[in-house]
Ligand binder design. Structure first.
Ligand SMILES: NC(=O)c1ccc[n+]([C@@H]2O[C@H](COP(=O)([O-])OP(=O)(O)OC[C@H]3O[C@@H](n4cnc5c(N)ncnc54)[C@H](O)[C@@H]3O)[C@@H](O)[C@H]2O)c1
Length: 270
């Protein structure tokens, strides 16, 4: 039976791979940080060593710079890994490189996510396939590569979406991929539990990131839904990151196979 924890950093010495650790580029100098970048920086602030993987190498490198500034182990630095998770080989390679650079792995976050195509008529077969490849096959391949090298006490977090349980994104491939992610993560959790490894989904609602602002552009539905949020505001990537860091930590030692909504109460509405 684990002992009660004393207060302190959530992730001391934990070796964390964040896949999708960049942030979508923006011309706005005041652009908000994305979920993956906030997760990587928060993990470092909580004592972790972090490997930053993204298809956008410059974005991953900028996150690594922020991770080092936030107190990630300066001797190790923050590893930058260029990986497009639409490529099955890159998924496996990213896990192997992260384990090499960090000397093993204790935690994996899969944050990469895209949405392409609106409505059934506006979604080409290629859009559907690409979104499913990134949002659902990518998590499968990364988990498949990571599980054999994760020891008891390790944890995985997958960034889902409220779109996985409620309609509203207007993108059938996005909605389906995020719903499928829940099934995949329940499976991973069940398969990994006997080995003491946990897996959970963090499902953000409306989060003020560059992707969130892009999704709002010309989308009156998103503005209408934003008015309904019980907490009367959109969330920040830092709020997504705090929940993710908790779920990666030993303080969440008895939580697995769950979907934790970070949505200001939006999922509680009918
Ligand atoms: N912003 C929101 O309102 C919101 C709501 C619910 C869920 N989410 C989820 O949060 C996650 C991050 O979203 P964000 O708003 O921070 O957006 P973002 O676009 O800033 O972040 C996504 C990151 O994933 C990377 N990425 C995309 N495709 C990739 C690929 N093929 N291989 C490797 N990396 C890739 C991007 O380069 C980027 O750094 C996504 O999974 C998204 O579905 C966001």
């Amino acid at each position: 039976m684990p002992e009660p924890h004393t207060p302190g950093p959530l992730l001391p010495g934990r070796r964390v791979l964040v896949v999708g650790a960049g942030t979508r580029p923006s011309d706005d100098p005041g652009a908000p940080v994305g979920n993956g970048r906030a997760i990587a920086v928060t993990a470092a602030r909580e004592g972790a060593r972090v490997a930053c993987a993204d298809r956008d190498e410059a974005a991953a490198a900028e996150t690594a710079r922020l991770v080092e500034a936030a107190g990630g182990d300066p001797a190790a630095g923050a590893a930058v890994i260029t990986a497009d998770v639409a490529d099955p080989v890159a998924c496996e390679r990213a896990v192997g490189l992260a384990a090499d650079r960090l000397g093993g792995l204790d935690a994996v976050v899969f944050n990469a996510g895209i949405g392409t195509g609106y409505g059934l008529a506006g979604t080409a077969l290629a859009d559907w396939d690409h979104v499913l490849d990134v949002n659902l096959r990518g998590p499968f391949l990364v988990a498949k590569a990571a599980l054999p090298i994760l020891d008891a006490g390790a944890a995985l977090v997958f960034i889902g979406s409220l779109a996985g349980t409620k309609p509203g994104s207007r993108s059938p491939s996005y909605d389906a991929s995020k719903a499928g992610l829940t099934g995949l993560v329940r499976h991973i959790a069940a398969e990994a539990a006997p080995r003491g490894v946990r897996a959970n989904v963090v499902a953000p609602g409306l989060i003020d990131t560059v992707m969130g602002r892009d999704a709002s552009a010309g989308n009156t539905d998103r503005d209408r839904v934003a008015q309904l949020i019980p907490m009367r505001r959109q969330g920040t990537a830092w709020e997504v990151a705090d929940v993710t860091a908790f779920l990666l930590s030993h303080r969440a030692a008895y939580v697995t196979g769950q979907v934790v909504h970070v949505d200001g109460g939006l999922s509680t509405l009918r």
